[in-house]
Design a binder for this molecule. Structure first.
Ligand code: ASP
Length: 585
């Protein structure tokens, strides 16, 4: 009979010796040693050893023999000191001598062993997510996720934020991805979009006088997935009235500090700010990993006279030459390693990798052929005998990401990244626009981001590419953790931005008229930011994949293997929605 438990499996200690207890959980280990049987019982709180021996009644000893891995079991018994304490278990000083054992539930054959999960294919684990979630590592990740949400809500409530929900069935919000669309049954031919973010609603909440908004919200973006992306993901979303950039960064730092304190008990100091241009110059990326050095250097001037074809053609085409130095790397890096790194940078569109091993008498490798003047080059690169210099030559659009990512890749391979360190930085002074391959302007953030006040007059002039935005990203350990901006709160400036983006007034009215109308009715200056909750939890737990911090994640092909979504639906249902399949997988 089901009885109320007195303790959770992880809670018993030496001080409980002598107590009569009831525990319930899953059998995570089962052993039978002749007349003595052991079961390690597991629940979310931990594990405890149950023993049935001559001290147990016959019925309990018999029932213990019937327990199999992952059966759900209830045990009543006495807590005793363990003959051989187990220092690896929190409850390892004690065990429970079974007096009553009841199997509450059995299991079909397990598709994989929970303790040997590394052997099971991820597809199998995702199909049986309820089993994978029983693993302590995943349970820990979900506990941390809960702690982050709790700490965030508490910290933001203390800062006078209100949590306000915004619609899921809505109109498109431009964040640069494809929308998920939902057909309207009541309005044939019309569609809702799932929000890519609550951006427009949260701005409208500022016009509505809500002052400070927060929401832990789901966002939906239909884009090609990578290891750290999911089609639906969670943001801690903020918007603040009468905000300057300084105020948003200050409030955000309070939030980050509270979360790190609550989850890890760690102090996070003031977070520095780095202009976007500096991040690109020093690290090649706008989300730099500051946990280690090996910064990129500009080697264009030192190679200006080079006649070596890859360098010459890059320089003649107005490109860049940038590289970094792996200290002591002249030894221990075979041709195979260098070929793998070359293949790595080719993924970013670079033609190849110029490498040179520095020795007292020469620089070997392709780079040796490219250097007109050894000493000047070594001084520019900051290299000396025994070092390996890795260099990329080409367009900024390929060399910066290629060499920037290679820097991180090499540091990981060579174990140069200190563990258990959180290197935060704000990236500020982003360009407002970037150019598409066709030369058109698009927003770097979204079209509601304010230009720096001193650059507003450059809209519509030939200085438009130089306009900086009042936007900011928070980066930690090379991951973008959040981003936001001060918004345009004036209708006339917003219209000038749409004009620069080539959005005609009629189109702007059709797509964003509801925001423009609100902005025209007494909009306070405002700004905000959104933090990626999933990535934050990845950082706090050290999880390698975003799927490990979400209870029910999707695969990289956007499927839920457990529920089988997406799936076909009966044609009659589609008829009701006034839509038809033109293709089916
Ligand atoms: N809505 C933005 C985003 O999802 C964040 C912001 O600007 O507040 O990235």
């Amino acid at each position: 009979m089901l009885t109320r438990r007195t303790h959770t499996c992880g809670s018993l200690r030496e001080s409980d010796i002598g107590a009569d207890v009831v525990v319930q959980g899953w059998a995570s280990a089962v052993r039978d040693r002749g007349g003595v049987s052991f079961v390690v019982l597991r629940d979310r709180h931990g594990t405890v050893q149950i023993t049935a021996d001559e001290r147990s009644p016959d019925a309990a000893r018999e029932a213990m023999k019937g327990v199999r891995l992952e059966y759900v079991v209830q045990v009543r018994g006495e807590v005793v000191a363990r003959y051989r304490p187990n220092a690896d278990m929190a409850t390892g000083a004690v065990e429970i001598i079974a007096r009553e054992v009841e199997i509450l539930s059995g299991t079909r054959p397990m598709p994989f062993r929970l303790d040997g999960h590394a052997d099971a294919h991820e597809e199998t684990r995702l199909r049986h997510r309820y089993l994978d979630l029983r693993r302590p590592e995943l349970q820990h990740n979900l506990v941390v996720r809960h702690q982050v949400m709790l700490a965030a809500r508490k910290a933001l409530a203390e800062l006078d934020f209100l949590e306000i929900e915004t619609p899921i069935l809505t109109r498109a919000t431009p964040e640069g991805a494809r929308d998920y669309l939902v057909p309207s049954r009541v309005h044939p031919g019309w569609w809702y979009a799932l929000p890519q973010s609550p951006q427009i609603f949260k701005q409208i909440l500022m016009v509505a006088g809500m002052d400070r908004y927060m929401q832990i919200c789901r966002c939906f973006r239909d884009e090609d997935l990578r290891v750290d992306r999911q089609p639906e993901f969670t943001q801690i979303d903020l918007e603040v009235s009468f905000a300057t950039q300084d105020l948003i960064l200050e409030l955000s730092e309070s939030l980050i500090r509270a979360v790190w304190q609550a989850v890890l008990g760690r102090e996070i100091g003031p977070i520095g700010r780095m202009p976007y241009a500096e991040a690109i110059a020093r690290f090649g990326l706008d989300a730099p990993d500051l946990r280690f050095g090996m910064e990129l250097v500009d080697l264009g001037p030192a190679l200006a006279e080079s006649t070596f074809p890859p360098v010459r053609s890059a320089l003649d085409a107005g490109g860049i030459i940038r590289g970094f130095v792996l200290k002591g790397g002249a030894t221990g890096n075979s041709r195979k390693v260098l070929d793998a790194w070359t293949a790595f940078v080719r993924n970013y569109g670079m033609g190849g990798l110029l490498w040179g091993k520095v020795a007292a008498d020469k620089i070997s490798g392709p780079l040796g052929k490219a250097i007109p003047e050894r000493e000047a080059f070594l001084a520019a690169a900051g290299a000396e005998d025994g070092d390996l210099v890795l260099v990329g030559a080409g367009t900024p659009g390929t060399v910066n990401p290629g060499m920037g990512r290679l820097r991180v890749h090499v540091a990981k391979e060579k174990d140069l990244i200190p563990e258990d360190t959180f290197a935060f930085t704000w990236i500020v002074d982003f360009p407002l626009f970037e150019r598409t391959d066709e030369g058109a302007l698009t927003s770097v953030h979204h079209p509601f981001t304010a230009p720096m006040p001193e650059h507003v007059d450059w809209l519509g002039t030939d200085k438009v590419d130089d306009i900086l935005s009042d936007a900011y990203d928070l980066v930690c350990n090379g991951l973008e953790m959040g981003g936001g901006s001060i918004r345009i709160h004036r209708e006339d400036t917003q219209n000038r931005i749409f004009d620069s983006l080539g959005i005609e007034p009629a189109e702007a009215q059709d797509r964003f008229g509801w925001l423009l109308d609100a902005l025209a009715h007494g909009a306070p200056p405002h700004g905000g930011i959104a933090f990626g909750l999933d990535r934050m939890v990845m950082l706090l737990t050290g999880a390698a994949s975003i799927r490990d911090v979400i209870a029910f994640p999707k695969t990289t092909s956007a499927q839920c293997l457990m529920s089988g979504a997406p799936s076909g639906v009966p044609v009659a249902d589609l008829d009701e929605l006034h839509v038809a399949n033109t293709k089916q997988s």
